[in-house]
Design a protein around this ligand. Sequence first.
Ligand code: ZN
Length: 240
Amino acid sequence: MDSLSFPECFPSEHGFVHFFGTRQSPAALVKTVQVGQVTPVPPDYPCVISVKQVHEKTVLVFDEQLDANSTIAQEGDALVTRQPNVLLVVRTADCVPVLFADLKLRVVAAVHAGWRGAVAGIVGETISVLKHQYGTKEEHLRVAIGPSIGACCFEVDDPVISPIKANYPFWNKVLMPTSATHAKVDLKELILQQLQHQGIAVTSISRSDACTQCDASKYFSYRREGRVNGTMLSGIMLKP
Ligand SMILES: [Zn+2]
């Protein structure tokens, strides 16, 4: 089962490599990459970075050269680099993988956004780091939102509903009430709205329609399986 890609966002002719993985793909990475390690996966990926994700809004920047097979103790949910040949990987199984590229300054980011991280503001925090550390301008950013649990399958109650309503004035585009106490949440729409409120044009954003819980043949789903059976890897890299 092939990975999903959005070449309109990250043109390969401009040196961007990216994918949203499935249960089996990309096979070389699924077999090899370890959390908290710098893993060489030649020939396509000389250096792969994957860290422990904690559902918060910490952005980690990797602009220093890293040694192959070294460990990364830092935890975080967004990875940023401008180094070529460094593949940034996030792991998801229902949470939303989001990939970023500044086409002009050539900086890339990979973000893991579950409802906690999304509500905490991991997307805005990533854009803030891109702007302040690199000088990224909104019009040069491209963003792709990958497969995650869909609103079809993600019904929640007050602990999720309240912070969304309290923090996001556009909450009525994200929450669909199902009863007095419950609602369905569209996490991909929440992220799309956050991006637009950060000044990213909708034409600069691509989005998968896939629901990880609905499509068992292609995706792992924590909610469907009731435990972590596995995670999909999604990543982005600059070529020299
Ligand atoms: Zn679904």
